[in-house]
Design a protein around this ligand. Sequence first.
Ligand code: 0X9
Ligand code: ZN
Length: 305
Amino acid sequence: GVFYERYHSLEDIYYWINKTKQDHSDMVKVILIGSSSEKRPLYVLKLSGRRDEVKRAMWIDCGIHAREWISPAFCMWFVKYALAFYNQNTEITEILNNMDVYILTVMNPDGYKYTWTTDRMWRKNRSNNKDSDCLGADLNRNFDANWCTKGASDNPCDPTYCGQFPESELETQAVARFLRSHKDTVKLYLSIHSYSQMLLFPYSCSYDEIPNHNELFEVVKEASAKIRRYYRNNYKYGPGAKTIYLAPGGSDDWAYNLGIKYSFTFELQDRGRYGFLLPPSFIPQACNEALLATKVTALHVIKKL
Ligand code: 0X9
Ligand code: ZN
């Protein structure tokens, strides 16, 4: 419906989480995994299908970076699609019957709120920094993966500030703790960003090639080819450091090192015409492209389990 073709305020999103749980209590649970520096709750939606065997899980986070509004819009789009088409569409049915899906719709609620009220181009969270009047750390530089080496900044006033130490930020801690405690079941990690249209996998924190490079390369290559075929749009793909840039401390590299061997960052539309200010009329196609890539990666993991 038209609801999913708009961007939503943080208040709307909290309301939507609660409503989704109430309307689909058979398939949806809400888990509080922590809170932000400004004390906003971090809720994860857990979607599950048929619950007979012991199931694996996948994780999707959106809204690490505040200004990337298409990202939370995708998490909402995915949830709507999964609930509407479970037992209708064979692929989403297969996915939900084999994996629980954990969805963190807005990992950085304080930053997201700030982009709605004050500064549309804000990227970081809104935590206080020691010995500086500048606020915020880049949550995608704050994970423990070659933390704060080349590609991150140690200056609290910079948009890629790595934070005081690895996992110094409450939002990072909440996600890292949750994934550490679910690392035996979570087989696929997806982090949704914008913009630049890329399907990335580790490493971004170094130029080292991961052991299953070829396998992940083939997966994103297939996803990119499908997006081109179905939506006539081009997505680059490859390891982060070589494909976009060296950027340490990211969630995907950290999750990979934790043992989640299928770990990806998707950079959604566009390629710079509108950038972070992607008009709402682009939401359906941008989200359908990412949904297609999500299905390709999830079905690959299921095939491999
Ligand atoms: O720089 C980033 O964090 C991501 N690009 S963005 O424009 N959305 O900020 C890319 C993340 C790739 N993965 C890692 N750097 N680990
Ligand atoms: Zn981002």
